[in-house]
Design a protein around this ligand. Structure first.
Ligand SMILES: [Cu+2]
Length: 132
């Protein structure tokens, strides 16, 4: 029984790796002139080859890991460009702190990448280590 289950899982993992490109995302945000508004750019690339992932439909949602269910930031569509594989989007957050950005890719590559960043007044940086 255990052997059979292991074999099935291994076959499944091999098929998935072959069929699917995994994406990596590098997100940069800076505060817009208004408080709690941020202008962001995400660079998407194939996590294996580093090749930019262009021509995708990208949406970005946001939630606070420390306050699950407390916020309702609507997912926004990101617009491609100017550099290949980069997508720009605006965020309107409800408070400062650590936010998890859920980056959903569809089109030739389907994936979801989650990035946690710390949004403060006038500054965006690494998430608080204890909450990572
Ligand atoms: Cu909150």
């Amino acid at each position: 029984m255990a052997v059979a289950l292991f074999a099935a899982a291994a076959a499944c993992a091999a098929g998935g790796a072959e069929a699917q490109v995994r994406a990596k995302a590098d997100v940069r945000c800076e505060q817009a002139p208004e408080v709690l508004l941020y202008d962001c750019t995400v660079a998407l690339a194939d996590s294996r080859t580093g090749e930019p992932l262009a021509g995708l439909a990208v949406t970005v949602g946001a939630d606070m890991p420390s306050m699950a269910g407390a916020h309702s930031v609507r997912p926004v569509a990101a617009a491609e460009g100017p550099a290949k594989g980069t997508y720009r989007f605006g965020l309107e957050l409800e408070m400062h702190g650590d936010w998890a950005l859920m980056i959903n890719l569809s089109g030739a590559t389907r994936d979801r990448v989650v990035k946690v960043l710390r949004f403060e007044d006038g500054r965006v940086g690494e998430a608080t280590p204890s909450r990572r």
